[in-house]
Write a protein that binds this ligand. Structure first.
Ligand SMILES: *Cc1c(COP(=O)(O)O)cnc(C)c1O
Length: 386
């Protein structure tokens, strides 16, 4: 039996009547760019995230970028994040004219290490008492925000991160692009910091049928700024208060996402069930480090990530068995050619580098059957029995 890494078709087959009807309605009403279908989804998604405001935008990358702009991040500033994330997190910082600064992760959670973040602030930064400006002592630049990423659908350890950031007056932007519906101590991803950013790229836990993203927040001022920025800086038609951009969510995506949002909690539950089958059936293997169970977080398994010995051998073996797998992400951002000018070297973020060298993602999607997960775990077992 072949097991694909991701199967979007399986999901569409279940909901196609509702989806087709929703898309048809958008086309008939010609509400293609922004408009009522987007607004209606924004209301539902704000409620889902237990946030006051939701602003639909063009992509997750633009959600991060516009959120940072709304926080006043600009040329020459620094924004703190982690090196083991999709490159969009860093690109959003760069496209504000700012510079990404990295804090290493905890290997057990793959997420920002709160202790290392606290140390970064205490050792590397100073807070000017009169102005409240936070400055990196080495570079002399202002540090403007921090972006913890809830990688693979597991929330970062937010309480100590929030506490450290608040001690320095730094706003916290959550990159929740992989964590729709994930919880931390009962609170929803996206609602934990000052602003939450989501991607609805098709393969995400809540995926559009094209590109889309959203910003959620409790803060009206921030929400207003993002709303203006995503629509050419317009406060009223042809009244442009700031230089903005076109990052409106399109109507078809709004309608599709509104239909799919109703299923998200159930889909996340199915992902957790598949994950617990993997965990049950692989826990005897010394060569495979499984996702760390943690009572503070309700994982939504965007990715089921393990760290393994002989990764290349395992991936080649799974490929011969028709089982899809992937690496998230093979090269950490600080070692990417695009960021060579930042001057980082191998060894600068050892935990992220170790994860990048050993991580492999097993097939994961809500429709994954027990037969499929058994095919995967049997194959992994037989590879390491050799
Ligand atoms: C997918 C993703 C993004 C970017 O989202 P797009 O919608 O593809 O622009 C940003 N950050 C993380 C962690 C992601 O996984």
């Amino acid at each position: 039996m072949n097991v694909p890494f991701l199967d979007l078709k399986a999901q569409y087959e279940v909901i196609h009547e509702e989806i087709d009807r929703a898309v048809q309605k958008v086309i008939e009403s010609c509400a293609f760019a922004g408009g009522p279908f987007v607004e209606s989804f924004e209301n539902d998604f704000a409620r889902f995230c237990e946030c006051e405001y939701c602003i639909g935008v063009g992509s997750g990358t633009e959600a991060l970028w516009l959120a940072l702009l709304a926080l006043g991040v600009g040329p020459g500033d620094e924004v703190v994040t982690v090196p083991n994330t999709f490159i969009a997190t860093a690109e959003a910082i760069s496209f504000c004219g700012a510079i990404p600064v990295f804090v290493d992760i905890e290997e057990s959670s793959y997420n920002m290490d709160p202790e290392k973040f606290r140390t970064f602030l205490e050792v590397e930064c100073s807070r000017e008492s009169s102005s409240g400006i936070v400055r990196n002592r080495t570079s002399g630049r202002r540090v403007k925000a921090v972006i913890p990423v809830h990688l693979y659908g597991r929330t970062a350890d937010m309480d100590p991160i929030l506490e450290a950031a608040r001690g320095y007056g730094l706003p916290v932007v959550e990159d929740a692009s992989q964590a729709h519906g994930a919880k931390y101590k009962g609170r929803l991803a996206g609602s934990l910091g000052d602003v939450g950013c989501f991607s609805f790229y098709p393969g995400k836990n809540l995926g559009a049928y094209g590109e889309a993203g959203a910003v959620v927040t409790h803060d009206k001022t921030l929400a207003d700024r993002v709303q203006i920025l995503r629509d050419h800086g317009q406060t009223k038609k042809y009244d442009h208060s700031v230089v903005g951009w076109n990052s409106r969510m399109d109507g078809i995506q709004g309608a599709v996402l509104q239909v799919k949002l109703q299923y998200l909690a159930g889909w996340n539950e199915n992902r957790r069930r598949a994950a617990s089958r993997y965990t049950r059936d692989l826990s005897n293997l010394e060569a495979v480090v499984l996702p760390d169970g943690n009572r503070d977080t309700e994982h939504v398994y965007h990715v089921y990530a393990v760290r393994v010995k002989n990764r290349r051998g395992l991936m080649e073996f799974l490929d011969t068995k028709g089982i899809g797998c992937a690496i998230h992400y093979p090269v950490p951002i600080h070692l990417q050619a695009a960021y060579r000018s930042l001057g980082f070297e191998k060894g600068d973020f050892p935990a992220a580098e170790r994860c990048a060298a050993r991580e492999v993602s097993l097939p994961m999607f809500p429709e994954l059957t027990p037969e499929q997960t058994a095919t995967v775990t049997d194959a992994v077992q037989s590879f390491y029995a050799k």
